[in-house]
Structures are given as C-alpha cells and as structure tokens.
Design a protein around this ligand. Structure first.
Ligand code: ADP
Ligand code: MG
Length: 392
C-alpha cells in the first residue's frame, strides 16, 4: 500500500476521500468536528506539497438524491477555518460545472465536492461514476478510514481510474494499530466486547475466538447468550432471532483458543431511566419486571484482573447503558482498568469512544479508532474493501 508520502505531488490533481460525516444539530451546526480534524495532517501535507486538492466525503444518508439539509456547506466553512484558507464548495460531485472547477484549481487550493451520496452510483460502486470522479485527477488518496468498510465508488472503483492510489496519514495509522491486534498481538490478548446487539458483533467474536486469549462479554448482548443457555433474564434486551446463533457461538468457543467470559452479576432496574431504582443481582432468574443494564461489581473485579495482565487489548461496546450515570459504573471501571494496564490498547466504536472520554482516560489509550464499523470489520475480516482497493 502506497503512502501519500510516496507521491510526487507538486502541481498534481489529487482526489482525497475523507470521512467528514460529522454530526449536525437542527440548525445544521457541526456538533463535533473530530472527523474533520482527523484529516488535517493529510490535507495540510497535500497543500504544503502544492497539490491541487479535490476533497470528497459523504454526509448522512441522502439515499441517492439531493437533500439540502445534507449539504457539505457547514463542513466547507469549518474546514476553511481549520486550514486558514478558502475552501471552494462545488455545487455537485460530477458534471460540467464541477469539471471546470477542478480544471481551474491552482496549486495549494482546495475544492470540496458536494455530498457523494447525492448520487445513487456512489453506494452502488458504479464504475462509470467512479471514472467521472477521477476526471482531472492524477492521484487518489484515501484518508476516510471510517468509510473503508464500504465498497463504494469513491472508496473502491475510483482507484481503477487514477494513475496511483495511496493511503493518507489517518488510514495508515489506523491500519498500523489495528494490524498489530490482528497479526502480531503480544499476549495475553484480551478482547472486551459489549454494546447493544450480538448481531453486530458475531463475525468479530468468531475471528477473535481463535486469536484472543480471553473474550470478556458485557452490555446487552450478554443477555442473548444467557437466554441461549436457558436462563431467565427478565426483560433484558434479548435478540430473540439470534438465540440459536448465540448458542452455536457458545458451543464453538468451547473448542477455540479464547476463554469466553460472561458477567457473573448485574445491575438491574425496571427500565433504562435515570429515576429507576437499581440493585445488584448475582444469580438468575432476573425477575420479569427487571432488566440488566450494567455489569455488577464482581464482574468488574474479574474482568479488571484479566485486563491488568493483558499485553494487547481490543475494546468495542460499552458494558452497560453508560449514557445514564447510574448504569455507567461498569463501563467506566473497565475503561479505567484498561487505562491502568500496560497493554497496547485499541478502542473502536462510536459509543465506546464516547465512554473512553466520559471516563476521562482517552490519553491512556494507545489507539482510539475513528472508524466504528470499519475497525470492527477490520478486526473480523482482517481487511477492508477500501484497503484492498489501495493494494490491488
Ligand atoms: P459502539 O458504538 O461502541 O460500537 P454499540 O453501538 O454496539 O457500541 O452499543 C452501545 C449501546 O449499547 C449504548 O447505547 C448502550 O446504552 C447500549 N447498551 C449497553 N449495555 C446495555 C444493556 N444492558 N441494555 C441496553 N442497552 C445497553
Ligand atoms: Mg454505537
């Protein structure tokens, strides 16, 4: 895989794919510009090298048609502030007008295309569309790690129509760290998996059960596993249609490398609400009017002990409903245990990253992945369509 540093950039037209899929409020103000900032090292490098930079991103899900609310206009403004120079916002992604803007672009200038997903051809990975994206472009640079798990035109097909394709600094960093957890993890390797749904995480569990030494399960997904074992979990969140699969995973893991841990106690309440009275439950059944909303203190202790021995840690998915303080203790304590270990630690997933910041230990994490779905899929499949496209 080429790096942006391997390209001779002066005077060259570069198509830079970034992940500017930022959260917007009702007035279309950017609520969090982390994703824009994450691409700055690559953008600034391209500008220093006097490339002619066309930047492209998706934003939200406009489903292949023009949706004014999902224009990249606020992003253009923010980017302009961050790089202290004008950012030209194109009226579209392809077409005559855009082509002219690309042609007129000067060295060291930035053109931001409109939302790629205004065109259905983007998500369809349409080659003709990709070819149009690549017009007036010498090189393709992908710095959109968060989109690398999607085989879309600006991530996949486009690489066939540019002279060279390379990874930006963010993608290089992500691949470097995540590869450590895939190919050469220092042991003990501990994977901590939680969050809302088992279904999101099945391929990750399957892959990690051959790689990790321990898999620590928390969050709502634990209850699908308990249910699969025949326990009564009250009205905890259970994916009824995944119970068979959960049972199969439990059976499979028995013969695999990893030791598979489920919580031994639970914080339960009537509902995931701040006012709901909570209690600790360390055996089943959980009464039918209660639900498990966090891991309990015994589980925290067991998991923390395992984490303290780890040399490599991958964490995705909160241990409980951490958004509500009452049910956040398990997640916060696990975050702190990770922070306190000497392991190389990688955290991926939007909510997990939010939990890391809530716990105030972000500085102690070796790598906080910017790509939730992408990091999980990379850990599960050991590659991503966007990375494949760069290496072909
Ligand atoms: P990530 O974004 O890090 O990949 P997920 O989106 O998979 O994580 O899961 C995060 C969500 O899971 C949070 O909103 C959290 O409230 C929810 N969650 C965790 N544990 C439970 C639980 N026991 N019951 C209900 N929801 C839970
Ligand atoms: Mg999430």
């Amino acid at each position: 895989m080429l790096s942006v540093k391997d390209l001779d950039l002066k005077g060259k037209g570069v198509f830079l794919r970034v992940d500017f899929n930022v959260p917007l409020d009702e007035e279309r103000n950017i609520r969090d510009d982390t994703r824009i900032k994450a691409a700055l090292p690559t953008i600034n490098y391209l500008l220093e090298q006097q490339a002619k930079v066309t930047v492209a991103s998706h934003l939200g899900r406009p489903k292949g048609k023009y949706v004014p609310e999902l224009s990249l206009k606020p992003v253009a403004e923010r980017l302009s502030e961050l790089i202290s120079q004008k950012v030209i916002l194109a009226p579209d992604v392809i077409g005559e007008e855009v082509l002219k803007l690309k042609r007129d672009l000067q060295e060291g200038q930035v053109l931001l295309l409109e939302n790629l997903r205004f065109h259905p051809e983007e998500t369809a990975n349409d080659p003709a569309f990709a070819q149009l994206l690549a017009q007036e472009v010498d090189y393709y640079v992908n710095d959109a790690f968060g989109a690398c798990h999607r085989a879309h035109a600006s991530v996949g097909a486009i690489t066939r129509y540019t002279r060279k394709s390379a990874a930006g600094f963010l993608v290089i960093k992500e691949v470097e760290y995540l590869s450590k957890a895939i190919h050469s993890p220092q042991t003990p390797y501990v994977a901590i998996l939680g969050g809302a749904k088992v279904s999101d995480k099945i391929p990750v569990i399957e892959n990690l059960s051959n790689k990790a030494d321990s898999i620590l399960i928390g969050g709502a997904m634990a209850y699908t596993f308990f249910r699969a074992q025949g326990f009564d979990v009250g009205h905890s969140l259970v994916e009824e249609d995944k119970i068979d699969l959960a049972l199969k995973i439990l059976d499979d893991t028995a013969g695999k490398k990893a030791n598979f841990y489920l919580p031994t106690d639970h914080i339960v309440a009537f509902a995931a609400e701040p006012e709901a009275e909570s209690q600790i439950k360390d055996s089943f059944p959980i009464p039918s009017d209660l639900m498990g909303l966090d891991i309990g203190p015994k589980t925290v202790e067991t998991y923390s002990e395992i984490i303290s021995q780890a040399q490599t840690i991958f964490w995705n998915g909160p241990m409980g409903v951490f958004e509500i303080d009452k049910f956040s203790e398990g997640t916060i304590k696990i975050a702190k245990a990770i922070a306190g270990s000497e392991a190389l630690s990688i955290v991926g997933g939007g909510d997990s990253v939010a939990a890391v910041y809530k716990a105030g230990i972000s500085e102690k994490i070796s790598h906080i992945s910017t790509g939730g779905g992408a990091s999980l899929e990379f850990i599960a499949n050991e590659t991503l369509p966007g990375i494949e496209a760069l290496t072909e």
